[in-house]
Structures are given as C-alpha cells and as structure tokens.
Design a protein around this ligand. Structure first.
Ligand SMILES: C[S@@+](CC[C@H](N)C(=O)[O-])C[C@H]1O[C@@H](n2cnc3c(N)ncnc32)[C@H](O)[C@@H]1O
Length: 485
C-alpha cells in the first residue's frame, strides 16, 4: 500500500501564516452549512443525484469563503485570476509548498473546517483500503461531541484517522497521543497537527496499544471501525466478521492502559444477541478487570437488525444481494437489535463493587449529561455514600396504577417516568416512591436507610440497589453538602 499522501510539511512560520489566513477567511463550518443549505457537512459531502447538482450550482459565486469552499471542499479547479484576487502571494506559495494546490490548480485532498480546526484527509475518490476518512462524517462528529472534555493529563486518541479528536483534545489535555494502524492516517494526522500548530500531540503508527505499551492514560477515546466484513475490507470501517472485533480487543486491552480514575470514551455500534446483550459482552471483554472498572453503555439509536441492514445497503449503494448477506450474518449471530451509542468505562479506586449499566439516552443530551449519570453512580457506589444527603431532581413523573380491592382503590404499581437524559419508565418498589418525597438534601442516606428498614423492612442490599436505580434514572442526586452530581 502506498503510504504517501499528497501533502508536504513546510516551516512552522509558513504553517502559521496559512493557518491565520484560513482562520480569518470565513471558510468555516457555519459558512458551508448556511451557504449550501446543508444540514451537516456529511450531507454536503455525501449528496448524490439532484441534491448534488443543487449543491454544485451553489459553488458558483464570488467571495473568499466560497472560493476556498470550491477549492478545498468541492475539489474544483482554481484559476490564476481567482488566486490573485483572493490569496496573498505569500500564502499562494505556501499552498503550493504544502501541496494543497497542485500543478492542475486543484486541491488533491479534502480540507474541511471542523471544531475550530482545518482537517486534511482523503477525497472520496481515493480507492485504497487505507482510505483516511475526514471526520466530517455524521458518526465522527457524534464521536467528537461525546468525548469527555474536562482538563486532563495524558490523553490517547485510538484510531485517530485524520486526527480530529486528538486536535480537539490538544486544547484541554496536557499531553495527547494519537495512534492509528494505517500509515497514511498517521501522515495526515501529523500534517494536520502541523497546520493547526498543535505541539502537544504525539502521533504513532501501530496496532491498537502496541505503540504506547507501558503507558497509562487519564483518558482514552476511540471511534473504532464497526462494519462487518461483508461490507468490504477498508481498514477505517471494517471491524472483522461481526463488526465487533476491534471493539472487543480495545475493551479487553484498555484496563492495562487506564490510569487510576482514568476513563475510556468509545463510540459503539454492535448487536444485542439472543445469547448476550451488547453491554453484557462489554463486561465479558473486560474479563477480570471488570471488577475494577465501572461501565455504562448509553444507547442513542436502536434498530431492528433487518431495518438496519436495509438502511446500510441503501446508504452504501449496494445491491439487494447485500441484504441477504446481512440477513445470513444476523441469523448466525442471533442478533435481536443493532445499537449505536457511547460507552464509558472507568477504572475505579479501592475495592468496592463495580457497576455495569445501560440506558437509552435522549439525543439532545450532551456528554455532560451522560457524565452526570455516570458520576452519580460512582458517588453512590463509593463506600461513603450513606453520608450523602440525596436531593430530589426535576424532570420526572411518578405514575401509580391502582386496582379496585374490596370497594377501594389499591395502589398496585409505581413507575417513575423520566425525561432527558435517560427517558425511560422505571418500575420501583412502593418504599422508593414514598422515600423520594423526603429527599430534601437535609436527611442523610443513612437516615433514609433506617427509615426504609423501619417502615418497609428494607435490608441494606435492597436499599443500596434502590438508590442506584433512582440516581441512575436521575430522580435523585446524591449530595455531600455543596457538592452535587
Ligand atoms: C471509524 S475510523 C475513525 C477515525 C477518526 N477517529 C474519526 O473519528 O474520524 C477508525 C480508525 O481506526 C483505525 N484502526 C483500525 N484498526 C486499527 C487498529 N487495529 N489499531 C489502530 N487503529 C486502527 C482506522 O485506520 C481508522 O482511522
């Protein structure tokens, strides 16, 4: 496989001049979406037929941002007159020096604005199995939005591709490592670090953790390939026969590389199967390390397997024979549902019992919302949770179903109905429904536990389980005075 990419490094000050020019040019994601009337860059990149024609028509016009959109996004040929009108001579020299402008007056790569950076990657006409995706794709954007962005020490972007998550992390992590098995991805990622003047990113080539053996990270993020091999053998998308091979290896190996309290944020696509749900498989992949790690699978989309197969076949323009291959694969796996979402795994400290949870989240929920759910569980799982003073949260209803008994209405079933971030229905025991009304932040969990024991005969184990459920559902937040999760 050829490892070259059609780009070259230039001196740091030349990159800086080019970057300043791009920053001030108005060539931004907001400009592209507004000018083309596209819902996403993915929409703009992947359009075909009449929609593509409509987009193409809009490439005509005047102005620097539109000129750059033509050249960098649309792959159109520039003229000398346009270059002279819009681009200072020094920047023209850098465009040629970097290879962003070739002899045919075209840009041989896709250079797109994302999250405040400019990212170079392959154009879709590159046909090699080592194709490097742009990160403008819907799932990549989703992945970047859902990585933890609190300041941290050492950060690893596993399967970095063109380096988009590593670049985003360079602003909040002290030291960023970016790994990809594909040499061309490493080249693009390095070049993108150069253009974006990111100096705290170390890019390495290799198979999963092999280039960072022996290191520990405060945060690891990954958007692994998860297409089953029936869709092709392109490295960025192929996740082995069932699509979960890289995910399984990643999760099995992650515990060796997480620092204490370190977290993995991983985008996932996988199947619930007759024999085992996806979240149970995650726990199995963690193996013995599951005892020292908490995990939560946040599901955004859930598809019937054949609905998903047809969707993928249509989106990738494959013929109907592909649907039969999907049906055969899903039949063999005993697939019951295809799930897309985000997984958080955290190495916990001490010897407490781990939690492994799953929830369907509202697509409007942010990563902070999901982290809130996770953090509340960490707080409740900690040994000292009985000192906390739970506080009632908003955004839920309690539905009580009654049935007539001996001429009176008797409450039979208690259900909390929650909205964002986890919109769900949670059947609970009557004591839990009664207890929440007393959670005003003044009474400790210990006192609540005694109340539950005295009034409903609830033992310690059942009480802890009830608190886990109510905090996971977002009905209660454990509070330690000022601190709240
Ligand atoms: C779905 S792409 C994600 C790229 C980028 N992180 C993004 O979100 O735009 C998966 C990436 O994982 C890389 N990859 C696949 N197998 C790998 C492995 N065994 N070790 C390291 N990287 C791998 C691919 O080359 C590709 O860049």
């Amino acid at each position: 496989m050829p490892a070259e990419i059609p780009l070259r490094f230039v001196a740091k000050d030349e990159f800086a001049t080019l970057r300043s020019f791009l920053e001030a040019s108005g060539y931004s994601e907001a400009f592209l979406l507004e000018h083309f009337g596209a819902v996403s860059l993915h929409d703009l990149l992947g359009a075909s037929g009449a929609r593509r024609q409509a987009f193409d028509d809009r490439y005509r016009g005047e102005g620097l941002p539109l000129f750059l959109a033509r050249l960098f996004f649309g792959g159109k040929q520039a003229t000398g007159a346009e270059l002279d009108r819009y681009v200072p001579a020094g920047v023209q020299t850098t465009l040629r020096g970097t290879g962003l402008l070739d002899d045919a007056m075209r840009c041989p790569v896709l250079l797109h604005p994302a999250f405040g950076f400019c990212i170079a990657s392959d154009r879709t006409d590159y046909a090699g199995a080592d194709f490097v995706m742009s990160g403008a794709e819907g799932l990549c954007r989703q992945f970047v939005r859902y990585i933890g962005k609190e300041p941290c020490g050492r950060f690893l972007d596993m399967g970095t591709g063109a380096g988009i998550a590593a670049l985003v992390a360079s602003s909040f992590a002290r030291e960023v490592w970016a790994v990809d098995i594909v040499e061309r991805a490493v080249r693009y990622a390095e070049w993108n670090c150069g253009l974006n003047l990111a100096e705290n990113i170390h890019v390495r080539q290799g198979d999963l953790f092999e280039p960072v053996r022996g290191m520990r990270f405060d945060r690891i993020v990954c958007n692994p390939p998860f297409e089953p091999s029936l869709t092709g053998d392109v490295v960025f998308s192929c996740g082995g026969e069932d699509g979960e091979a890289i995910l399984a290896r990643l999760i099995a190996e992650t515990p060796q590389y997480l620092a204490p309290a370190g977290r993995l944020y991983c985008q996932v696509e996988g199947t619930d199967r007759e024999a085992e749900t996806l979240d149970r498989r995650v726990v199995r992949w963690l193996g013995e390390a599951g005892a020292e790690h908490d995990s939560a699978l946040f599901v955004r989309d859930r598809y019937e397997p054949m609905q998903f197969a047809i969707r993928q076949t249509v989106l990738s323009n494959h013929d109907s024979a592909a649907v039969e291959q999907w049906a055969e694969l899903y039949g063999r796996l005993g697939a019951r549902a295809v799930l897309i979402g985000h997984l958080i795994v955290e190495r916990h400290e001490g010897t407490r019992r781990s939690f492994h949870l799953r929830g369907q989240y509202d697509p409007e929920a942010s990563i902070r919302d999901l982290e809130g759910c996770f953090d509340r569980q960490v707080a409740v799982a900690g040994g000292e949770f009985r000192e906390f003073r739970p506080v009632l949260q908003g955004g839920w209803e309690l539905h009580v179903r009654h049935k007539p008994v001996q001429g009176d209405m008797h409450p039979e079933r208690y259900t909390f109905v929650t909205r964002a971030p986890l919109p769900e229905e949670w059947d609970v025991s009557p004591w839990m429904a009664r207890m929440v009304t007393r959670c005003d932040g003044a009474i400790t969990m210990e006192q609540h536990a005694r109340w539950a024991e005295t009034n409903a005969g609830v033992g310690a184990e059942e009480f802890a389980g009830g608190m886990r459920l109510l905090t996971w559902a977002g009905v209660l937040a454990p509070s330690r005075g000022e601190e709240q999760w």
